[in-house]
Ligand binder design. Structure first.
Ligand code: ATP
Length: 908
């Protein structure tokens, strides 16, 4: 770093400096920095990251755990029991409060760590030049002086002074609030220019919506404009989803209701039944403690966080948590074709020239293979149209073919890579081409206009223009074709027919054409490539479907999910590939142009009917999502380009590609596929369904514990019995069951038939008729077991303490058994998989047993909880009560399965 730069107290006004000055000040050049220098600057300037927002410190986080209604109620009870002199109850209540807070604290920490890990996976990348080579870096590694290459869809990784631009348009809403893209240039502007007028700069956090550029990093991390105004990067929201909010709300209403009921009971009991207020108070505390499901929100959050982690391990990175739930309700997946459903390993298989069709041997990127006509190997040099077509494909090309340790790789667009490989097979090397036919300028490929053009000088110094792109586009530019005997007028019908034939075999199509002559100015413009080209050939490229995508599509179909393919490719190609994937078999395809002609009503009809959309552009995707949603579908839509962002935002689950996706697409998405693979979407749907299931299972497990205990206490109050469970005992049960037993359900794997069910209706209320029935039924079962045992024991003369100890154990043992029932909502668990399939369940139950033994037999427990030793016979009775619950719960499932009652109750 120059002294001149270091001496600046304020950074220079980069936008007012010329390009050369910037280079000089930052001591950099077109070869970029050296790695050594970059490392040095990294130490000097730090990493290119914004300091994350101040987190709540651990202490504050711990204190915040006490900030909830339930704990307030419990703390109130602590004070009152202390005033009444019930020291043991005071102690247990206090312990329960503290333990609850600690568990909440640890769980929140875990959930945050999970999200942090995922945030790191989403860190943006940047393309830079270092030591004269292009490299992909983590954007955090950028330093001032780095040369950065921008293409459309990129998020600007640091503040850049632009050095060269090509039709660069940048959306700076993140910085200036201006949502229309700004056209950028390279000129310096006056030093006081406002941010929005600094046309020669690209600022961190804004997006390239169009074009390409190179720029020099002038500020990183906190020194960027974004850092200065301290606006944070879009972040994963707090740990919440619609279902969790619903549960939170439910919990709060329930807590308030319980407090109301308890207060009423207290008043009635003391005034009407003349109970002593102190005794009545203890009953009411028992009631409140038993009925409020304190563990619910914390464990639900953990279940969600675990689900998100599991998905990340399988390459589905969730950016917005509600997507986890929505995934389980998805009814339609709209997927891109290239690279998602197909392998994106392109191989040129055919050149169709005027009069000859050439087959190309070999697969993959290794440049080994012959050219042949009808199986007869031919010499490319004898066919001028073919030679020229191959040359055009190699020159009009931005990809690079590399060989590392005998493995051939393509850097850049695989379609272009395939052309380079075909070129090599014919003896055209890219390097030789670049030297003999230097490129003067180019119009890069954008999927909106579907072609690429370059301007070259041949060895004689004459100018040539080459174009390649979708055949319809290129045909429009051509007036001639190159026949074996020279240039002839274009036979449009021939080419159309050949295009359809080739596409119908599932080959991806490109046309290549050339024209002698230079552009009108010293830049290549759209106007220069509108007409007068000579068509050289159609190129047919295979891109086979991914095996796992075929499997995943059929899995989706079994799961009642429609899969639609939306592609920029030719309709016939799309249909042929679709057929291999079982998408849209025997149905017509619709093109983007046809979609554009339809009004909303017509599109709504077609959207559901048709499964293959060809030659579609991003704006068609948006309309399609809307049409499907209007039809009541829950839509997952994939996308990679900057123009896909609106459709991704609009979709119920926007899915961006992690590898080839632009930062703009990722930013707009709910989920990112780390491997760009369709199969990962199906996996995510499966996991989404599993998470939702587990949340339901946990609720179905938790609520009956509270329900059963509450019923026991209520029955005791109503029938003026001795209280079967004291408040301290109730708290003990809740602690043991919710934090050890219930947690195991968060690890429950997806049920075997999870992808054979229909998608969950999106607006289905969680607390459906079936749910309420199940909770009530099990609550009654629990009560029957525990209270029945308690009363029976009292009747045969057992002491109150022993009867209570048995009641406590009966509830906990019943919960242990019911935990196994709860593994499947409707399916039977009386099989090997059901009983032993989730080792966490077994561990949780095993962990509970010593706790209960200690509760029953340890002296200090006797002192705290008034528990007593039990005989073997008494333990037997307790276990029988648990078994009763288990058997009854399985019987209920059986009846429901047989009668199909669940569905009817769910819709009640
Ligand atoms: P998807 O299926 O994911 O939508 P796609 O690759 O089929 O992607 P595009 O990339 O938009 O869609 O390509 C559309 C058409 O543009 C292709 O069928 C091909 O004819 C042409 N094309 C693709 N890549 C290039 C390229 N690099 N240069 C010139 N033309 C191209």
């Amino acid at each position: 770093m120059s002294d001149r730069h270091r001496d600046h107290v304020r950074p220079p006004s980069w936008h007012a400096l010329s390009k050369d000055d910037v280079e000089q000040v930052l001591q950099t050049g077109p070869d970029g920095l050296t790695e050594d220098e970059a490392r040095r600057r990294r130490v000097q300037y730090g990493s290119n990251r914004l300091t994350p927002p101040a987190r709540r410190g651990p202490l504050l986080r711990l204190v915040m755990q006490f900030h909830n209604i339930l704990l307030y109620v419990m703390l109130g009870a602590v004070v009152i029991t202390a005033v009444l002199g019930h020291w043991v109850d005071t102690g247990v209540l206090l312990a329960a409060v503290v333990i609850n807070a600690i568990i909440g604290f640890i769980q929140e920490g875990k959930a945050e760590a999970a999200l942090d890990a995922i945030r790191a996976m989403l860190s943006p990348h940047a393309t830079v030049i270092r030591d004269g080579h292009r490299r992909e870096l983590d954007a955090a590694d950028l330093v001032p002086g780095d040369w950065v290459i921008l293409t459309s869809g990129d998020r600007i990784p640091a503040d850049l002074r632009l050095i060269s631009v090509r039709e660069l348009r940048i959306e700076e809403a993140a910085l200036t609030g201006e949502s229309l893209p700004i056209e950028k240039g390279t000129d310096a502007v006056y030093a006081d220019a406002p941010l929005g007028d600094r046309y020669g700069m690209a600022y961190s956090g804004t997006f390239v919506v169009y074009g390409q550029a190179t720029g020099i990093v002038v500020a990183t991390g906190g020194a960027t404009e974004l850092g200065r105004i301290n606006q944070m990067l879009a972040d994963i929201q707090r740990m919440s989803t619609p279902l969790l909010r619903q549960i939170d709300h439910f919990g709060r209403v329930l807590a308030l209701t319980i407090i109301g009921v308890s207060a009423a009971t207290f008043v009635l009991g003391t005034l009407w039944r003349d109970h002593a207020p102190a005794e009545m108070f203890m009953m009411v505390v028992a009631l409140a403690a038993s009925a409020i499901p304190e563990g619910l929100p914390a464990i639900m959050t953990v279940t969600l966080a675990l689900g998100v982690q599991r998905m990340a391990r399988r390459n589905a990175i969730i950016r917005r948590l509600p997507a986890v739930e929505t995934l389980g309700a998805v009814t339609v997946i709209c997927s891109d074709k290239t690279g998602t459903l197909t392998r994106n390993e392109m191989t040129v298989q055919r050149f169709v020239c005027a009069g000859h069709v050439f087959d190309v041997g070999g697969v993959g990127y290794a440049p080994v293979g012959n050219f042949s006509i009808d199986g007869r190997i031919v010499d490319v040099a004898h066919y001028p149209a073919l030679s020229m077509a191959i040359r055009a494909g190699v020159l009009c090309n931005d990809a690079r073919l590399r060989e590392d340790n005998d493995v051939w790789r393509v850097e850049g667009d695989p379609t272009e890579g395939a052309l380079l490989v075909a070129g090599r097979k014919a003896g055209f090397s890219q390097h030789a081409g670049d030297t003999a036919w230097p490129r003067m300028d180019s119009i890069p490929f954008e999927s909106q206009h579907r072609f690429m053009a370059t301007w070259h000088r041949d060895p004689d110094g004459d100018s040539w223009l080459f174009v390649k792109g979708a055949p319809e586009r290129i045909l429009d530019m051509c007036e001639f074709q190159l026949n074996h005997d020279g240039k002839r007028p274009l036979d449009v019908d021939y080419w159309r027919r050949m295009a359809t034939d080739t596409a119908a075999q599932g080959l991806r199509l490109l046309a290549v054409a050339c024209k002698r002559g230079a552009p009108t100015t010293d830049c290549l413009e759209f106007a220069d490539v509108e007409q007068g080209f000579i068509l050289l050939a159609l190129v047919g490229i295979i891109d086979p479907p991914r095996e796992e995508a075929i499997e995943a599509v059929s899995e989706c179909h079994r799961a009642g999910i429609r899969v639609k393919m939306i592609t920029g490719d030719h309709g016939e190609t799309a249909r042929a590939i679709g057929a291999q994937l079982a998408i849209g078999v025997g149905k017509p395809y619709v093109t983007g142009a046809e979609v554009a002609m339809m009004d909303d009503a017509a599109l709504r009809r077609v959207a559901m009917e048709v499964d293959v959309f060809a030659r579609a552009s991003p704006e068609h995707k948006l309309r399609l999502v809307q049409a499907l949603q209007d039809d009541g579908q829950v839509v997952a839509m994939t996308g990679d380009g900057v123009n896909d962002a609106p459709a991704l935002k609009r979709a119920d689950v926007g899915v961006a590609m992690g590898l080839k996706g632009t930062e703009a697409a990722k930013e707009a998405s709910d989920m990112v596929l780390a491997d760009d693979n369709f199969a990962t979407i199906a996996t995510a749907v499966r996991e989404g369904r599993a998470v939702y299931d587990n949340l339901k299972k946990f609720i179905l497990f938790m609520l009956p514990t509270n329900g059963g205990e509450a019923l026991i206490v209520i029955a005791a109050i109503l029938f003026e019995l001795a209280l079967p469970l004291t408040p301290a005992q109730v708290l003990w049960i809740n602690m043991v069951t919710s934090s050890t037993l219930g947690l195991a359900l968060a690890f429950e794997p997806a049920e075997g038939d999870i992808m054979k069910r229909r998608p969950r209706p999106p607006r289905q209320a969680l607390l459906s008729g079936f749910f309420i029935w199940r909770v009530l039924m099990v609550s009654v079962l629990m009560m029957t077991g525990a209270l029945g045992l308690f009363l029976w024991e009292l009747a045969v003369g057992t002491s109150l303490e022993t009867a209570r100890t048995m009641a406590v154990n009966a509830v906990v043992v019943a919960e242990m058994f019911y935990l196994i029932n709860s593994r499947y909502i409707l399916a039977p668990v009386t099989n090997r998989e059901g009983l032993t399939g989730n080792r966490y369940v077994i561990v949780a139950i095993a962990a509970c047993i010593p706790l209960q033994i200690a509760y029953t037999h340890a002296g200090f427990m006797h002192a705290i909880f008034d528990s007593t030793d039990l005989t073997l016979l008494e333990w037997g009775k307790v276990t029988a009560a648990g078994l009763l619950v288990f058997a009854a719960a399985e019987l209920e499932k059986f009846v429901i399965r047989r009668t199909g009652l669940a569905a009817r109750l769910s819709h009640a």
